[in-house]
Design a binder for this molecule. Structure first.
Ligand SMILES: NC(=[NH2+])NCCC[C@H](N)C(=O)O
Length: 624
């Protein structure tokens, strides 16, 4: 009865593209209005597709090491020096504090979302779920900045370490050596290829190598701290801030790079052994290595090109820009969703399971995690014994949609027209079997079986348990529950959170608040960096404070997230947006130009995919 992992993988639906990439459905009707989105939440989950199952081998230590490895790198080793030299002076310590607070605010918001949905799409999925596919696509492009350019930056940092290790000048290993406008960095390319080969080889091998390298990195940091104490002289701190507050903020925008990478943990959770959340995969996985080889090769090619040609400071600024844009969106999502969505619809009455027949008993049971009997038991008891077998709505990579009544999962579900929603589900038969056991234990005298509706646990459960298979096009029952029968619905939300719909502020009010927070944050940054009198920037800051205070009064949350909650809502997300805007405003003009060009290209690509602009052009030509 229990299918092999291969059989399970083979039974899964095909891969889908990143949200918004629309490769699967370029002409899908656009419904990107926030209002429309808000009114059409869908209960969907994800399931691993054929060849899409990443190997779940990362344990807690591996994940910890992945987090440390991504965070500690060129930022702290290389950019600290350049930020101190070029912008902040010794006050680079203050720059670090500012960047750290901005990162912490964003990290809190990120945690709230990541604690509900682990997804390789990260912030792009959150943005798509809340603001529609175009927002998801733009955030995805910014995440590409973070990841592809981030790797290129770190690779260039490697060349910098190498030359100082060899006692050479910084440009000695470039081609042509020395300093000129156009130089190629071959050691960086070599390092990028080596790392990509390691990552493509297998997640287990990569995790092992990562743990070894990160241990060395941590020891190095300790060594530098210990050895550095001998060089601390008060005279080195005068003048403390040679370029004033502006220099400190510019320095902060550069050293922000040293903090980023923690969001990678939410992404890596998909390769964790026991993720406690829904997971989504966004890349085709090679069947042999179970790693996304094609995506890795593509990203490596781009990394090599950038690492070979682009200077480290520009790359780092671009990475910070993309990351700050993505983090700002994440803060906005946290602000938005707590006060914009009505409580989830009441689920239909969950049935009591019938304990007469193993075959019928199998239907619809689809527990939380196939590897975790305890989780399966919890799931089934919470769901009154009838887990959701509705793969198309609540399937889970890990084997089920046990969280289908979970408000957070519901709130983060992409809509039916999204590529994410297009996935079917596949349950884990082991989990299902465990679910049956606990279901029986909970309700041994359930009602007799009804004529079997469509079991939607998908082919992953092996041969159909019913005497006659339902027609293929039978719509899956709501929530995937195959039986009728009285039972009280499971609790979805803490009582206090289930606010009446009337409390949801009109869309225009919510949009106005979001726009005002962004505008006042942006104005604070722009006025200050643009050389306007300090009073003007102060006024903008005051306006931000007033808007945030008003938001706290007017935008009452309609529900509370079930997992981790960003504290002091709406202050923390709003403060995160403000600080991110300040850092964004402190980044160099060159980075903004490149980023602007990339965003225009991304929009054009979106338009091309949607063909909408072609039609618009044809209409314009006809008009003319
Ligand atoms: N995937 C990324 N976010 N990569 C960039 C990591 C940057 C890292 N904090 C460093 O200083 O080297």
């Amino acid at each position: 009865m229990t299918p092999t992992p291969e059989a399970r993988a083979a039974a899964k639906p095909p891969a889908h593209p990143l949200p918004g990439s629309t490769a699967a459905d370029p002409l899908a009707p656009s419904a990107s209005s926030i209002a429309a989105h808000q009114q059409q939440p869908q209960l969907v989950g994800s399931a691993p597709g054929a060849g899409r199952a990443l190997r779940r081998v990362l344990g807690p230590l591996d994940l910890f090491m992945v987090g440390i490895a991504v965070i500690i790198g060129a930022g702290v080793f290389v950019l600290t020096g350049t930020a101190a030299r070029d912008f902040a002076g010794p006050a680079v310590v203050v720059s670090f504090a500012v960047a750290g607070v901005a990162s912490a605010a964003s990290a809190l918001c990120y945690s709230e979302l990541a604690s509900e949905v682990a997804t390789t799409g990260g912030a792009a999925v959150y943005a798509e779920a809340m603001f529609g596919p175009l927002a998801g696509w733009l955030v995805a492009v910014n995440l590409l900045f973070e990841y592809v350019l981030g790797s290129a930056t770190v690779a260039r940092g490697f060349t910098a370490y190498l030359s100082s290790l060899a006692g050479l000048s910084s440009g000695a290993l470039l081609l042509p050596p020395g300093s000129s406008d156009f130089q190629i960095d071959l050691p960086a390319v070599g390092m990028a290829v080596a790392m990509a080969a390691l990552v493509g080889w297998g997640v287990r091998q990569a995790a092992w190598a990562n743990t070894a390298i990160t241990t060395v990195v941590l020891l190095t940091v300790v060594l530098i701290l210990a050895a550095g104490f001998a060089f601390v002289h008060a005279s080195n701190y005068h003048p403390f801030a040679p370029y004033g507050v502006r220099g400190i903020l510019k320095g902060a925008s550069r050293v922000f790079f040293a903090f980023i990478g923690f969001d990678m943990l939410a992404v890596a959770a998909e390769e964790a052994r026991k993720p406690s959340r829904q997971t989504h995969t966004h890349a085709a996985v090679h069947p042999a290595t179970r790693t996304p080889l094609r995506a890795t090769a593509l990203a490596t090619a781009a990394t090599c090109l950038l690492a070979a040609l682009a200077p480290l400071e520009l790359l780092a600024s671009l990475v910070s820009l993309g990351t700050l844009a993505a983090f700002t969106t994440v803060c906005a999502v946290v602000l938005w969703r707590r006060c914009s969505l009505p409580p989830p619809p009441s689920p239909p009455t969950p049935p009591l399971p019938y304990d007469g027949d193993a075959a019928t008993g199998t239907a619809g049971v689809n527990a939380v995690d196939g590897d975790d009997p305890e989780a399966a038991r919890r799931c089934c008891s919470r769901d009154s014994g009838g887990g959701g077998g509705d793969g198309s709505r609540s399937g889970d990579v890990s084997g089920g949609g046990g969280k289908k009544y979970d408000s957070g999962s519901w709130l983060l579900q992409p809509r039916a027209d999204s590529p994410v929603a297009a996935k079917g589900g596949g349950g884990d038969s082991k989990a299902a079997a465990m679910g049956i056991e606990s279901a029986r234990a909970l309700a041994p005298d359930g009602p007799p079986p009804q004529p079997a509706p469509a079991p939607s646990h998908g082919p992953a459960l092996g041969p159909h348990p019913y005497p006659t298979a339902p027609p293929a096009d039978t719509p899956p029952p709501y929530h995937g529950l195959p039986y009728g029968g009285p039972a009280s619905p499971p609790p979805m939300l803490p009582a206090a959170a289930a606010a009446p719909l009337a409390q949801v502020r009109p869309l225009a009010v919510r949009c106005a608040f979001l726009a005002a927070i962004l505008a006042t944050g942006g104005a604070t940054a722009g006025l200050y960096q643009g050389g306007a009198p300090l009073g003007a920037a102060g006024a903008a800051l005051g306006a931000w404070a007033v808007v945030t205070a008003a938001a706290a009064v007017v935008l009452r949350p309609t529900w509370t997230p079930p997992g981790f909650r960003t504290p002091l809502w709406p202050l923390v997300p709003s403060f995160g947006m403000l600080l991110n805007c300040v850092l964004l405003g402190s980044l160099g003009a060159r980075a903004w130009q490149v980023w602007g060009g990339a965003m225009v290209a991304a929009l054009a690509w979106w338009g091309w995919q949607r063909r909408g602009w072609l039609e618009a052009r044809a209409a314009a030509v006809r008009l003319l």
